[in-house]
Design a protein around this ligand. Structure first.
Ligand SMILES: *Cc1c(COP(=O)(O)O)cnc(C)c1O
Length: 388
């Protein structure tokens, strides 16, 4: 039996997988069990921010795993403390809660927002407005938060208390901001929804309205955060810091970690016994994440992400087939004129390049430390696929 047959024998068929068995990775290249290599413009959906098996990252992870691989959260560890302090320093937030995924980070944000409101105003002010076409995760609560009808099937009953407003439509938001609302949750750039950035004027107005009513703003930066858009948080490009921000995908360089960051107003809302996670803040994940922070947190590095993003845009804009390029930094969506995104993805794969799709677009999330030469090699393959 082939690996794929054995795999399908034992693992639930919840994903539309490509027929490739990846075995090893080094920097921006991954190799399958037949020895075929692929340049990766997807980073495992934005998780491998420093590419595959980055040397400094792997050293830190291996050293930690030989020292102390895990301890319950009934104890303190220095590695978790160092990482949390550094993350607060870089982002300007006051407190961190650790989970293991984007969905868990968002669950924490939702619980925090509801408790903030309950503590201050009592029952009944629990509604969270999210945006249509958003994506916030796969747990029951984060599915409920996700503003796409296609995610609201099968698993009834869903979690109550979510309403969905149209992105970039301030009147719709105003109409839905009633006295039951405790928070508005946004992605500055909707990732899974098709790499659609919010308009600055809309974000300005949204913050203003929320500020007037003491409604919290939650920024789901699970995909946009940790340098992906060319600033450490995408919110910086809107000159905004949400009351609560969640991070996950790229934060630990490919190890599971999700964090929920709270500002001064929200820092003490979740007290002893109100939230938890067995694996949250795992020392090995923290050791890897520290290397990501030390690298991605540097202004020069962030500037290089912006420059490489601009380079990708300039190269692809020349393609006749490209209708539109959306996104920020190295989080890009490419709308095509005549070709289908899955066809282009498969053609790129045949030519040794991994890309992603988001709705009807090609989506690129290259490793943040990709070199210009690698970028050009990948772009030349992609351009060939778009012209063929
Ligand atoms: C991927 C993603 C999530 C879910 O993260 P998981 O780690 O899969 O739970 C949530 N929000 C956004 C914006 C995402 O891109």
């Amino acid at each position: 039996m082939s690996t794929i047959e054995q795999f399908d024998n034992a693992v639930m068929h919840t994903y539309g997988r490509l027929p490739i068995v990846l075995e090893t990775g080094a920097d921006r290249i991954t190799t399958d069990e037949n020895g075929d290599s692929f340049l990766d413009f997807g980073s495992g959906i934005g998780t491998n921010s420093l590419g595959y098996c980055n040397e400094a990252w792997a050293d830190a992870v291996c050293e930690q795993v030989r020292k102390l691989q895990h301890t319950s959260n009934y104890f303190y560890t220095k590695v978790q403390s160092d990482f949390a302090n550094r993350l607060c320093q870089i982002t300007g937030y006051k407190r961190v809660f650790f989970g293991n995924s984007g969905a868990e980070a968002n669950e924490c944000a939702i619980k925090l927002a509801r408790k903030y409101s309950f503590d201050k105003y009592g029952k009944g002010r629990h509604t969270i407005i999210t945006l249509k076409n958003s994506f916030h995760g796969r747990t029951l609560c984060t599915l409920s938060a996700t503003g796409q009808d296609s995610f609201h099937d099968f698993f009834f009953p869903f979690v109550e208390g979510f309403t969905y407003a149209e992105a970039n439509n301030i009147d719709d938001l105003k109409a839905k901001l009633d006295d039951t609302v405790c928070a508005v949750m946004i992605e500055y750039v909707q990732g899974e929804g098709g790499v659609n950035p919010l308009e600055s004027a809309y974000v300005d107005e949204l913050y203003k309205l929320c500020g007037e009513k003491d409604v919290l703003v939650i920024a789901d930066e699970v995909q946009t955060g940790v340098g992906r858009t060319g600033t450490f948080l995408a919110g910086e490009q809107y000159a905004k810091r949400a009351d609560i921000t969640t991070l996950a995908k790229g934060i630990a360089g490919g190890l599971p970690m999700g964090v929920c960051l709270a500002n001064e107003k929200c820092m003490d809302v979740l007290g002893k016994g109100t939230h938890g996670s067995t694996f949250g803040g795992n020392p090995v994940a923290c050791a890897g994440a520290m290397v990501v922070l030390d690298t991605v947190g540097q202004p020069d590095f962030l500037a290089s992400v912006l420059a490489k993003g601009a380079h990708i845009r300039a190269a692809l804009q020349q393609c006749e087939e490209v209708a539109e390029i959306t996104g920020l930094g190295m989080m890009l969506g490419i709308r095509l004129k005549t070709k289908s995104a899955p066809d282009v993805l498969n053609e790129a794969l045949r030519q040794g390049l991994l890309v992603l799709t988001a709705k009807e677009k090609i989506r690129l999330l290259p490793p943040l430390n990709i070199t210009e030469a690698e970028l050009d090699a990948g772009l030349s393959i992609l351009k060939k696929c778009l012209t063929a």
